[in-house]
Design a protein around this ligand. Sequence first.
Ligand SMILES: *[C@@H]1O[C@H](CO)[C@@H](O)[C@H](O)[C@H]1NC(C)=O
Length: 421
Amino acid sequence: MMKVAFALTVSLVAVTAYYFYIPLPSTISEPWKLMLLDGIFRGIVHVGKLAHWLGICHFIQVLDYTVTLDTLGPVTNDNLRVTDTAVGGVNVRLYEWTGGAEGELKRGVVFFHGGGWALGSAKKGSYDVLCRKMAEDLKAVILSVEYRLAPVVRFPDQYEDAVRASKHFLQPEVLARFSVDPERVAVSGDSAGGNLAAAVAQQVAMDSSVTVKFKVQSLIYPALQTLDFNTPSYQQNQNVPILYRVLMVRFWLEYLNADLSLIDPLLINNHTALDQSAVDPHRPKVDWASLLPAEFREGYEPVLQALGTSRPVEEIPGLLDVRAAPLLAERDVLSRTPRAFILTCEHDVLRDDGLMYGSRLEEAGVDVTIDHHGDGFHGCLTFAFWPTHFKVGKRTLANYISWLDQTCSLFLGLFLSSDHE
Ligand SMILES: *[C@@H]1O[C@H](CO)[C@@H](O)[C@H](O)[C@H]1NC(C)=O
């Protein structure tokens, strides 16, 4: 009997270890914690695939259900008012710092949460905690946009929700109602939310009907392009949790409402093979051989096919649409966007999306701060809070908030406004 129990225990430990163990780069932050987190995440993905296959519900719905389990209600404390409301017909969770003097103007931040345009919520635990912290630390009003998600809606609906909420908020009378200083409004987001923030920053910069512009854009490991799924960071981190390369490509396909069978040609860059002339005008905008600093290119070769597949470009209009892929913007558009902070992580497939965007913005004359974390992994900034806290999570969060604090400051606001006159 003892022997059987012992054998069972040993096999259970072995199976568990086998399930959780993955080889990780030695430079990554707290690898064992990450393995545990990743094992749980992979388990959820497996359940999602099974449920999808059995026809119980969509793969994405299982993922979304689990990541929103830790949702909190709107809670108000002494210095913070949290309300669920709508602006411009788009649902938002609004965080208003109430600690200041009556009528004192505050900073504003329009924030888009991440989750592959399919998952997550402004009300989700870590995003809710993040926005509360931002509101308190920055003495600000945070508009966390609850844009609609795939698979219920597809591109451009997520983008349109993001634009509509932003433009509504930026109206002078709306800002005044929330006591927000028009000279100190930022746009920000992480991952897919960073994609929306970059796209919205471009749209607002170009739209002459919007009189109040964003003063800064803060992008946390944003997804910005679909033309090269073999950048050095995609190659290097294809099997690094929690954002595997195939999962990222799948998120893109779900967002752009594409046939999932196109994942195979996309993974080998068949959609941007040299015989695909529709891509030609965009090639220089994603050319990492010229856009990445040398240290990030070393040891990597471009994956460039001579002959490819025309189906992706023909069937997925969003693939070449700048509203979906902000890295495809023209220099002139980029030059009008505000001062930028881009947070990148070494162990992240999206590292080079952010770095290339930084290079292109800088080339266009925009002031860019790249905050690169050698031990960072995708998603780490939202892992700054108990029980899923990482050292790199706390550090990225601190840098993110302090940059907003310094650049979106009263002094700078006054300085810029007098500059305009
Ligand atoms: C890539 O394109 C080539 C040339 O058209 C084709 O032979 C190959 O099957 C394609 N590969 C995939 C995975 O689609």
